[in-house]
Each structure stands twice: as C-alpha cells, then as structure tokens.
Design a protein around this ligand. Structure first.
Ligand SMILES: [Zn+2]
Length: 227
C-alpha cells in the first residue's frame, strides 16, 4: 500500500512501513506483533525484494505491537536494529517495562494491566534526537518522548517530507490526535509536548502506527508553517 513514492505501508492493527532506499535496499520501520512477520515478508516479496535487502530496522518504541516481530525479523535479516537509548534496554530485556503515567486514573488502571514484554531482541544502534540516518536520502530522527520515554518519530526528507509518527500521534476517524486515548503513556505532559513538536516539522504527508496516512493540508491541528 503506497504512502508516497518509495514508501509502503503494511497495514494492520499497528502499521509497519517499508522504505525503498533507492539502491535496491529496504528500511523497515516497526515490526508489528509477532504474528505479523509473514505479512511483512509478503510485502517485501511483492515489492520484488528479499529479506536480505533489509539493511535497517527502525523502531519507534518498545511496545509489543511494534517489537513483537523483531526477534524473528532480526534473525532472518542482517539488518542493523535501531532504537532510542531510553527504550533499548527494555527491548533487549535488560530493563522492565516502565509503567503508565500514574497521574491519571486511566494510567493507574492501566498500571495493573500491562501486557507482557516482547521476547528480548538485539538493538545494535541507539538513536539520538536530530541525527540523520543515511538510507533513502536521509532519515531524520525526532525524539518524541511521552508515549514511551524513548519514542522516536522519523522524517524522511526526500520528496517534500514524510513524517512517520509512530504512536506520537494517532489518526482516528478524520482527526489526528495525541495518543491520549491509549492508556499506557509513560508521561502525559511529554506526550503533549511531542505532539506539538511534530506539527512544527517540515513534512507534506504523515503516517502513523494507528490509522491511514494523511496529507498535512487536510489536518488543521498542525500549523501550516513549519519551523
Ligand atoms: Zn505504543
């Protein structure tokens, strides 16, 4: 499912994305639940690629619906796995999952219902805010903490800018909103700050962990004039 030229959505409860780098290789953004691996592999094959073409796996954050398929996909590729330093220990199984923000009743309720972590997996490279990864003409790392404290969004700078927002923003119905409906946010104040920061970035199209991509001009919640 084409998002913009060279970027494909693997749709599901949680979306993953495949970015064609332009040199015959691919970047995978998020791995979905463990049961999503076959679907991702089918999309790679349909694009005329093999798993060997995946050079990098970018993770927006440590939640199970983004990392469940990581152990298998990491094992079946030679890809470098990237995640922010604040989430990498959770993904590696070296630190427990942080709880939800307990300052709200939904957070206190969710705190007792945290699902189990994904099986541990390697993270080879830790992301930092503002760094630009080389594939696909440059992928800028935007640290957008709050949903998890290591949450990162990604800005593909070619073709006017594609924002891959992960769970730092949701597309529900016709509206783009902060992920406040999700109970497992680790810091609600940071969630709001990160959502506002996304609106100041230079992008033409935005894509999400939840919901369909949108053109920026169709979403009045984000200012028309980026920084
Ligand atoms: Zn999440």
């Amino acid at each position: 499912m084409l998002v913009v030229p060279g970027v494909h959505r693997v749709p599901g409860f949680t979306n993953s994305y495949l970015i064609e780098s332009g040199d015959g290789t691919l970047v995978l953004v998020d791995c979905g639940f463990r049961g999503r691996v076959d679907k991702i592999v089918q999309h790679i094959t349909a694009l005329g690629h093999t798993l060997a073409d995946v050079t990098d796996i970018l993770l927006t954050h440590h939640h199970l619906d983004h990392t469940g398929g990581l152990p298998e996909l990491s094992r079946r590729t030679d890809a470098t796995v990237h995640a922010h330093a604040a989430d990498a220990p959770v993904i590696r199984g070296q630190a427990p999952r942080p709880g939800a923000d307990r300052s709200t009743w939904t957070g206190r309720l969710a705190g007792t219902r945290i699902p189990p972590p994904a099986r541990p997996a390697h993270v080879h490279a830790e992301l930092t805010d503002g760094q630009t990864l080389p594939p696909a003409g440059g992928i800028r790392v935007i640290h957008t903490p709050g949903h998890t404290m290591g949450h990162c969004s990604f800005l593909l700078e070619r073709d006017g800018g594609l924002l891959l927002a992960g769970d730092a923003a949701l597309h529900l119905g016709k509206r783009v909103v902060p992920p406040i409906p999700l109970a497992l946010n680790e810091n609600l104040r940071a969630v709001r700050d990160s959502f506002d920061r996304l609106g100041r970035l230079p992008f033409r199209v935005a894509a999400f962990g939840t919901g369909a991509p949108i053109a920026r001009e169709d979403q009045p919640c984000w200012r028309a004039t980026p920084d």
